[in-house]
Write a protein that binds this ligand. Structure first.
Ligand SMILES: [Zn+2]
Length: 348
């Protein structure tokens, strides 16, 4: 009887396995057209087959709910200048709802998995009238897994909205971030002087909940805010924001860098810390987070905080060729203040 039962179970398991295999078609991506096709079948499974130069195109953020395996390859020179079409509800610390738009490679990641992907030299810059979150990988993340994804580049928001934020990997939402890497310059400029904004900044996630494990973050943040600041080296504000997603472990991460900010607000809170700026939900565990993070608060509010310090900067450009498996790039350095950035990457 037992043997028979085992046989039936085995047959069922094998049958299920076969069915799953038949459905598991992986679409190979070789170029930007292949990436754009993901938007038409967002539940599919995809694999990058080589590095792809995203330069010279203003990328429209796409919605994705499938599986993307970067297979260690890079998307380089991604330029995002506007939010995607998707609107989702976000909630602030008081559970107030906002219809919000999102910018990044992806506007939204929902029930998605992204792994083994590199985004090299990305430039995400939006000027938004609406509520908006911007980040290099995705503006919005819902119940998604981000594993071994590395991002480098700059995110800048000139904001006229209220519920707003910039992140290295992701803007708003819930998910798991494991063994990710973010080397990012994040700049937020609040241009809304009529209502106090809820502003969020984080090297991994600007606002939301989930697990952040074994990530390496190097953040250079600038935040000029006339509302409420929530800034963290890893997560700006850790909160369920109305989702059912459970809190996770925020452990074994390394953070470097600083956030320079001001909070021009009589009701000043000025949340800015190395791991989590403000915790409204408790992570399951926070341990073994190492950092040299600097909280750099400025108490004057008349000058917008920017990485470039000069009124008349003078840039010297140096082109570095790719070699020995390393990416090539162009380095721009201001000979007056020393501010520098890199762009125009070339594949190894
Ligand atoms: Zn300068």
């Amino acid at each position: 009887m037992m043997k028979r039962l085992i046989c039936i179970l085995l047959a069922l398991a094998l049958g299920a396995g076969l069915a799953a295999t038949a459905d598991e078609t992986v679409t190979e991506i070789y170029d930007m057209d292949g990436l754009l096709a993901m938007a038409k079948a967002p539940n599919g499974r995809y694999r990058l087959m080589n590095d792809i130069d995203m330069g010279g195109v203003d990328w429209t953020p796409i919605a994705f709910s499938g599986e993307l395996d970067g297979d260690g390859h890079g998307l380089y020179n991604l330029t995002v200048a506007s939010a995607g079409a998707e609107i989702r509800l976000t909630r602030d610390g008081n559970m107030k709802k906002y219809e919000t738009e999102f910018a990044g490679l992806f506007s939204t990641l929902e029930n998605a998995t992204v792994r083994n992907l590199r985004l090299v030299g990305a430039d995400v810059r939006v000027e938004n009238d609406a509520h908006c979150f911007a980040a290099i990988l995705a503006g919005y993340v819902d119940r998604s897994e981000i594993r071994e994804v590395s991002v480098s580049g700059r995110v800048r928001m000139n904001s006229y909205g209220v519920m707003v934020g910039v992140g290295g990997l992701a803007g708003f939402g819930c998910g798991a971030f494991d063994r990710c890497d973010a080397k990012v310059e994040l700049v937020f400029e609040d241009r809304n002087f009529n209502s106090k904004c809820e502003e969020f900044m984080g090297g991994v996630l600007a606002c939301g909940i989930g697990s952040v494990t074994a990530c390496v973050v190097d953040i250079d943040g600038y935040d000029s805010c006339h509302g409420y600041v929530h800034n963290g080296g890893l997560v700006g504000m850790y909160y369920h924001c109305g989702t059912k997603y459970a809190s996770g472990s925020v452990s074994n991460n390394i953070r470097d860098g600083r956030i320079r900010f001001f909070e021009d607000n009589k009701d000043r809170r000025a949340y800015c810390k190395a791991v989590i700026g403000e915790s409204l939900s408790d992570p399951k565990r926070t341990k073994n987070n190492f950092d040299t993070f600097v909280r750099d608060e400025v108490k004057t509010y008349d000058t917008v905080l920017l990485p470039e310090q000069c009124d008349t900067p003078e840039y010297v450009e140096t082109v570095v060729a790719p070699s020995g498996g390393h990416w090539g790039y162009t380095r721009h350095e201001c000979s007056v203040c020393g501010y520098h950035w890199t762009d125009s990457y070339t594949a190894p």
